[in-house]
Design a binder for this molecule. Sequence first.
Ligand code: ZN
Ligand code: ZN
Length: 133
Amino acid sequence: MEPGGELRVTRQRRVLLDELCKVTSHPTADDLYQMVRQKLPRISLGTVYRNLELMAEQGMIQKLEIGGTQKRFDGNADLHYHVRCLNCGRVDDLDLPPDCRVEQEAAQRTSFKILRHRLEFSGLCPDCQNMDS
Ligand SMILES: [Zn+2]
Ligand SMILES: [Zn+2]
């Protein structure tokens, strides 16, 4: 690694994390690349992607396994639900407390120790609903 390389990686992650935590739009790696380019003019899309994957593995951020063509990332690593627009792909947070009972129920009905669950909501966002009228 070149001198100062480690410091650069740390700074890249910090900037990425800062930008990701500022928004609730659940950006893709592409979106984040555009967002950090001002602050990190020399960063590549591949580096952004690698850093995001790593931070997700470490539990600092969340990688959303939600329908759609591109993976999206979330600065909020706590369990929360999302709602996705089937028309424009927008993903919003859903202000609904995660349901722990479903995990207990699932554990009771199987021999599994349940560690997590995922619930996906989808529909039409307000903007896309208005396009009809
Ligand atoms: Zn929409
Ligand atoms: Zn979220």
